[in-house]
Design a protein around this ligand. Structure first.
Ligand SMILES: [Cu+2]
Length: 301
């Protein structure tokens, strides 16, 4: 059994084109080597002037045209079903951001790795919070661009239970390779139980949960190491130089400054770091959520 309903169409087209290419590679090479000997100077001292050959010219025009049309036909019939979503497809929102995927199910559950029931059509609505990403599930033979501000989607029916890789196939910056996660396909009953289960975050700070969901740790560490952004270690009360409208300013990181840095990070950019990488979380999180994050940040001494 194939991992998804698209494996057959894609693989057949691939092997067809590969087969035709290998046939011509071998055929042309053999003929070329044969001619090299057949028409070498010793055997054929006077060059022959051949102007044209109608039969040959028709043959080498008609046959490749037919072959190309065959390749087109299988490519087209393999591709069109990918853009025609069945009406009963279940919808999941897939969001890419630097540098993490997240998946939101109809009941509001959000996860880092995708889980779907077997033998049910699933439509993924694709969103990006920042730059261009591309959601790629090699085992399912599907890949689609995730465009910021765009409205893209992909669908599939998983046909085999198991866990498969999900990658980002569009270079999206320094930690592009971190956008590696999985899709787990399970039997429907098992899926429904999984959907109802809640991850146990009862003894985790709610601010930390929010930060994990929002990819903060893709760019910031808690142990003092510099990543794409400054470490959160000892952030509260830290003296820092920031750049505001091109001018350096010395500040102390207090609650208001941190609130503003999360809501609108490009207004004041920490010296020696790059602006424009962190998104404006003011558009994603409300004040209560940001306050909860700041409460957690205060605990990272
Ligand atoms: Cu990406």
């Amino acid at each position: 059994m194939n991992a998804s309903n698209f494996v057959e169409g894609v693989d057949f087209t691939l092997y067809l084109i590969l087969g035709i290419s290998i046939f011509f590679l071998v055929g042309i090479t053999v003929v070329m080597v044969y001619f090299l000997f057949r028409y070498r100077k010793k055997k054929n001292p006077v060059a022959t002037n051949i102007s044209h050959n109608n039969t040959l010219e028709v043959v080498w025009t008609v046959i490749p045209t037919i072959l190309v049309l065959i390749m087109f036909w299988y490519g087209w019939t393999g591709y069109t079903p990918m853009r025609n979503v069945p009406d009963d497809a279940m919808e999941i929102n897939a969001t890419g951001q630097m540098w993490k995927w997240s998946f939101e199910y109809p009941d509001g559950k959000i996860t880092d790795s995708l889980v779907v029931p077997v033998n049910k059509p699933v439509k993924l609505n694709l969103f990006s919070k920042d730059v261009l990403h591309s959601l790629y599930i090699p085992a399912f033979r599907i890949k689609e661009d995730v465009v910021p501000g765009g409205d893209n989607w992909m669908w599939f029916t998983a046909q085999k239970e198991g866990t498969f890789d999900i990658l980002c196939a569009e270079y999206c910056g320094q930690l592009h390779s971190y956008m590696l996660t999985t899709i787990t396909v399970m039997e429907e009953g098992e899926y429904n139980t999984w959907l109802k289960s809640k991850p146990d975050t009862s003894n985790e700070h709610p601010g930390l949960t929010l930060m994990k969901q929002n990819a903060c740790f893709s760019c910031h560490t808690r142990d003092g190491t510099r990543l794409v952004g400054p470490s959160f270690k000892g952030l509260f009360g830290r003296q820092e130089t920031v750049i505001v409208n091109g001018e350096e300013k010395n500040i102390t990181a207090d609650r208001d400054y941190i609130m503003e840095s999360i809501k609108n990070p490009n207004a004041s950019v920490v010296k020696s770091y790059q602006s424009g990488l962190m998104i404006q979380y003011g558009n994603v999180l409300n004040d209560e959520q940001i306050n909860s994050i700041i409460d957690y940040l205060e605990t990272i001494k």
